[in-house]
Design a protein around this ligand. Structure first.
Ligand SMILES: *Cc1c(COP(=O)(O)O)cnc(C)c1O
Length: 304
């Protein structure tokens, strides 16, 4: 009943394109803080200014950064979402997600959000926005979304995820430090055409990464192989320490060649636009000894 929503795309690298896309029908602006897999670091303050001007909440997917690297509320986010399946749970053993209501958006100030501002028939005419004030959206997620759709986490999975979160800062810093070392090493390898890691000086998003995520630019990034499509498939086959997985944010290092797997069904030009061109390899750098990670890449690259 409430699913008739539509998307207008904007360019994350240019806040003006969000301004141009806003219409009276716009209900929210949604961005990733660090984009998967493109490695774009979003100028959150610039996009937040557009959202405030438009009178709509800014929703930030902070999965790749986690609250250890970026706290989007500080830069104007109203709602923050994370996949718990990735760095937060941290061990690739449980699927989940979390919605954080920052309590910053006034749902009663406009008639655009009737689920929050109008009387709710299934709760005896209660107006959620009036009764719950600055945590009305969080309550609506539970008493409307969770009630109607039932996306509850199994208790054991909740336990595993909470255990993972206890070590987030330790893990995240190691993930970032390892990723930085691997990115620099790859950028000097003769079989590597390019490396796209925002923590790397010279990267197009280096300045934004320094501003928004000074502790590190995360651990997921892409690089290109001189040998193209076939080399991508071959590299994944030859890596031994890396696991071949579509997930990211695991303790273990993960690798995938999107063009022959996750993005295989797309046409060539659509793949390019999605950052999954023929030569692209995506890594999620884990917590192993960085010399072991590099040694594995070294032996695999030698063999492709
Ligand atoms: C994986 C991912 C999701 C979806 O998470 P699941 O836990 O797999 O449902 C959402 N946003 C980003 C940025 C992701 O990387």
């Amino acid at each position: 009943m409430k699913f008739d929503w539509h998307v207008k795309w904007a360019d994350t690298t240019d806040a003006e394109t969000f301004r141009a896309a806003v219409t009276p029908k716009t209900r929210a602006i949604f961005v990733e803080s660090i984009a998967n897999p493109g490695g774009i670091v979003t100028d959150l303050e610039a996009v937040s200014a557009v959202a405030k001007e438009a009178g709509v909440p800014l929703i930030v997917d902070n999965t790749l950064a986690t609250p250890y690297l970026i706290q989007p509320k500080q830069f104007g986010a109203d709602i923050v979402v994370h996949s718990l399946t990735k760095f937060l749970g941290g061990h690739g053993n449980s699927v989940g997600g979390v919605i954080v209501d920052c309590g910053t958006f006034d749902w009663m100030s406009t008639d655009r959000y009737p689920s929050l501002s109008e009387p709710c028939a299934s709760y005896h005419g209660m107006k959620l926005g009036e009764t719950f004030g600055n945590f009305a959206f969080a309550i609506a997620c539970r008493v409307l979304g969770l009630r109607d759709l039932g996306p509850a986490i199994a208790p054991m999975n909740a336990f595993l995820i909470l255990n993972g979160i206890e070590t987030l800062p330790l893990r995240m810093q190691r993930h970032c430090d390892n990723a930085m070392r691997v990115a620099v090493w790859l950028s000097r390898h003769e079989k590597v055409a390019w490396v796209n890691y925002a923590g790397h000086p010279g990267n197009a998003f280096y300045a934004l990464a320094q501003r928004y995520a000074p502790k590190g630019a995360g651990a997921v990034f892409t690089f290109g192989l001189e040998g193209g499509y076939e080399a991508g498939i071959s590299l994944v086959e030859k890596l031994k320490l890396f696991s071949h997985l579509a997930n990211i944010g695991d303790t273990r290092s993960l690798v995938i060649h999107p063009a022959s797997t996750t993005h295989r069904q797309l046409a060539d030009d659509a793949r390019e636009r999605a950052g999954a061109g023929a030569d692209v390899v995506r890594l999620s750098i884990g917590l192993e000894d960085v010399d072991d990670i590099i040694a594995d890449l070294d032996q695999a690259l030698a063999a492709v």
